[in-house]
Design a binder for this molecule. Structure first.
Ligand code: VTB
Ligand code: MG
Ligand code: MG
Length: 330
């Protein structure tokens, strides 16, 4: 059992719920753009609303995973200081994870935020990361990024006391995963292919309802850190390795503190110490409902969790447009 410190507990608990307001604001703004074929407008609306929502949160936050560098992103750029003032924390954001799916009205787009104590997050550059993740309650090291897909599936099936045919692999539907997908199918596993949205894909391994047993494949490195923060709270194992396509990316990563470009990061190296994670569904998926709107109101569905307590909370919020600041509902 953890030590009881009422003051810290209160701050942490309140903060976790504040984070939901931030992802709700981003999701509500993005929901205006569902299916309208303009992913940049959807993304811009989410970023704008999330940035404004942070102004009301009692933290002294520094964005470490964000929308890019100061000169290329006007808001939520890496290094930006956000919040009203309060505990010193690092922030990772993806205001709209799944911009293309939102533009097409497809499933699984979320607005997401994670928070760590200062220095808690891997400073991941905006490149690809190779990822593997499984849910809680399995022997440590049951799967490994360097093992072949069929070996990982064999070990996972053994640990879960099932056959490979019972396992569901989740990955992004990309040409670069062709060989891995073929290997999984050859081994007899089933595969769920995602159009976008590997943060939700990784989190799915820790949620029995989704039917996903293992996530494999490459996606955004910032999304990898966000997913690691979520799994720190909800349980599960994850490994990630940055994938560099050229020397410029390597030197960029070095500037951000990455000393060994080949390193395999464990979940605690991507998200250390106390972390919190929140996400609100923009379009519906197996984990979260999407935003449902009427002329005068909207309903949002969010998940919020803290690594310290391990509590996972689902929050259904009913928003009355007449009583909300216009900035969050337009
Ligand atoms: C994934 C996915 C994101 O980027 O991280 C992906 O989760 C990786 O890049 O939603 P590619 O699309 O180039 O494969 C996104 O699609 C966009 O951030
Ligand atoms: Mg984004
Ligand atoms: Mg993204």
């Amino acid at each position: 059992m953890a030590e009881f410190d009422a003051a810290t507990l209160l701050v942490d608990r309140n903060l976790a719920l504040e984070l939901v307001r931030v992802t709700e604001a981003a999701a509500l703004a993005a929901s205006r753009w569902i299916g309208r074929g303009d992913k940049n407008a959807a993304d811009g609306a989410a970023v704008d609303a999330m940035r404004k929502a942070f102004d009301t949160v009692a933290i002294s936050g520094t964005v470490v995973i964000g929308e890019g560098e100061m000169d290329e992103a006007p808001m939520l750029y890496i290094g930006e200081k956000i919040g009203l003032g309060g505990p010193e924390v690092d922030i990772a954001v993806d205001p709209l994870e799944g911009t293309s799916i939102t533009a097409k009205g497809g499933p699984n787009a979320i607005a997401t935020v994670a928070l760590a104590e200062r220095g808690g997050f891997l400073h991941a550059p905006d490149i690809y990361m190779d990822k593997i993740a499984v849910g809680p309650g399995l022997p440590e090291g049951v799967v490994h990024l360097d093992a072949k897909p069929e070996e990982n599936l064999r070990e996972l099936a053994r640990a879960k006391k099932c056959s490979i045919g019972d396992l569901m692999v989740c990955t992004l539907d990309r040409d670069r995963h062709k060989d891995m997908i073929a290997a999984c199918r050859k081994a007899g596993a089933r595969i769920m292919l995602l159009g976008d949205g590997d943060v939700a894909g990784v989190i799915a391994v820790s949620q029995p309802d989704t039917g996903v047993d293992i996530y494999m494949g490459s996606g955004g490195a910032p999304e990898g850190v966000l997913a690691a923060a979520a799994l720190r709270c909800i349980g599960g194992q994850m490994q990630g390795r940055l994938l560099f396509e050229n020397d410029e990316q390597v030197s960029r990563a070095r500037e951000m503190g990455v000393t060994d470009p080949k390193r395999i990061y464990g979940i605690y190296e991507m998200a250390r110490g106390n972390v919190m994670f929140a996400a609100t569904g923009v379009t519906g998926g197996p984990m979260l409902h999407g935003v449902r709107r009427s002329a005068t109101s909207a309903t949002t569905h969010s998940i919020v969790m803290r690594s310290k307590s391990g509590t996972v909370r689902y929050v259904e919020a009913h928003h009355n447009f007449a009583l909300k600041p216009a900035a969050f509902v337009s």
